[in-house]
Ligand binder design. Sequence first.
Ligand SMILES: C[S@@+](CC[C@H](N)C(=O)[O-])C[C@H]1O[C@@H](n2cnc3c(N)ncnc32)[C@H](O)[C@@H]1O
Length: 271
Amino acid sequence: MLRPPYQRYQHLYVYHLDSMVLPTFDDPDLIGVWLEDGCPILFFHQAKDELIASLCAAHNGRIIYQADLDYTDWEVGQEIAPFTLGGLTVAPVWAEEEADIRLDPSVIFGTGFHPSTRLCLETLSKYCRTPELAIGSMLDLGTGTGLLAIAAAKMGVQKITALDHNPLACEVALRNVALNGGTTQITVSESDLRLQEPDTNVDLVVANLYPTLLAELFARPSFWQGKLYLISGFIAAMEEELLAALPAGKIRMLERCRSERWCLWVLAPMA
Ligand SMILES: C[S@@+](CC[C@H](N)C(=O)[O-])C[C@H]1O[C@@H](n2cnc3c(N)ncnc32)[C@H](O)[C@@H]1O
């Protein structure tokens, strides 16, 4: 995340280490640390070859992969700039424009530029702003930067649980929730959906995840306690396989949307 003197991201220095136990440490140029299947991935604003070499030497670690790249390349060539979607203007913390939501995206998924996030934002706006649906509670599975949870709070959803397995995503989401005055409505928790069953007894479950994890969740009867589901994170070529993973005869498809290759379904369990 951004800390003084840094006010935006320009260049990223990335060190992917093997599964060593990384001690708690701080560095003024540190952006954050991901854990990917037990392997730490460290992100800095500046090159840190000496620091990484000494951490590896002291803790028996090894660099698997190292890279430096422009922030826009990390964001797949996309300049992170303000945009308006679903009736909300979203801006990065470094933009001067007025905005409904201010975001420090860090190196986490959920800037709002990916088609799947955009589909979720637009559909959230449609359903959360339909008074007859009375959406008062929501579960955001794989919250990333927290953008969808924050947007739902701005749309009036009172009780939101946002989960992610990536500790840095949770840190970033927490910071963004606080930046946007959402701490009374939104709880952010670290949770691996492969290992823990989330409590889906809510009005709306949002899951912008990846297809194999979605299929795993679909297969669990406990997943289907919610009233409505926004499911995204898969492309059109994967739709048939995922459709086949839905519990037969138990789920209604309310909507199927697409943006570029990306899809979103709105589902409801049958009474
Ligand atoms: C496609 S991103 C979606 C981020 C954000 N919700 C959005 O719509 O822009 C998926 C998120 O799911 C998280 N995730 C992936 N596998 C997970 C798991 N097993 N348990 C919990 N979260 C997971 C990732 O860390 C990532 O933040």
